[in-house]
Write a new protein. Structure first.
Length: 214
């Protein structure tokens, strides 16, 4: 893929300028089958930015991130962790839904490393405008997008990490004094055998996030 860079406005002043530009992005082939670009949304001066994987089926139809089942669970967890939803911005590492048609149903497929790399300029421009205090990394795809291919959720979750020292391309995230914390993806909670325990683990990690920006 050629990547998203040529669609990113050179000197955006606000997220509101990025969103319509991203709607036209052809940086990789995922735009071809998806309904629309699903850009990030939330407070323009959010202290905390959540980064998920990619929009799901419901998000693809509505054009907004985390409005389906995983989003509902995430909102509950944010609430239970005591994070003010007004201080959040939420986005995805990849902005188009990747799926496979099976018997007329759209089955989620993980984005590949090439999609993550292609879509990265959008994430970088979101970060440079938002300048968050803390980035919450939801699951392995977001972790690999931000911190490199060796990132493992199970090893890193629930711990505050410095940023961007550990990031794969520190030079392209022009944000100083930012921290990161990883946790499991809310979809992983929905799939877990023991949902209660998985949910409590997510909330515990988010409590660390809440304390970090308090
Ligand atoms: N899962 C994600 O990673 N992002 C969404 O927006 C929805 C589900
Ligand atoms: Fe552009 Fe990202 Fe969509 Fe690919 S997934 S077309 S890079 S917005």
């Amino acid at each position: 893929p050629i990547g998203a860079q040529q669609w990113v406005p050179p000197h955006p002043r606000s997220i509101d300028e990025l969103k319509p530009a991203a709607a036209d992005c052809h940086g990789c082939e995922l735009y071809e089958n998806a309904t629309q670009t699903v850009f990030g949304r939330g407070a323009p001066h959010a202290k905390i930015v959540f980064v998920g994987e990619q929009p799901g089926d419901v998000e693809d139809r509505h054009g907004l991130p985390f409005v389906g089942p995983a989003g509902r669970l995430l909102r509950d967890a944010v609430d239970d962790a005591g994070i003010d939803p007004a201080e959040l911005y939420i986005t995805n590492a990849v902005k188009h839904f990747r799926f496979e048609l099976r018997g007329g149903r759209r089955i989620h497929q993980n984005p590949g490393p090439a999609h993550i790399t292609a879509c990265r300029p959008w994430l970088v421009s979101e970060f440079s405008l938002l300048k968050p205090k803390l980035v919450v990394i939801l699951g392995a795809t977001a972790g690999k997008a931000l911190l490199g291919p060796s990132f493992r959720v199970t090893r890193s979750r629930g711990q505050l990490m410095p940023w961007p020292a550990s990031a794969q391309h520190p030079e392209d995230f022009p944000v100083a004094e930012i921290q990161a914390i990883a946790t499991i993806h809310p979809s992983a909670v929905l799939r877990a055998d023991d949902r209660e325990t998985a949910y409590r683990g997510l909330v515990d990690d988010l409590r660390v996030a809440a304390a970090a920006v308090a």
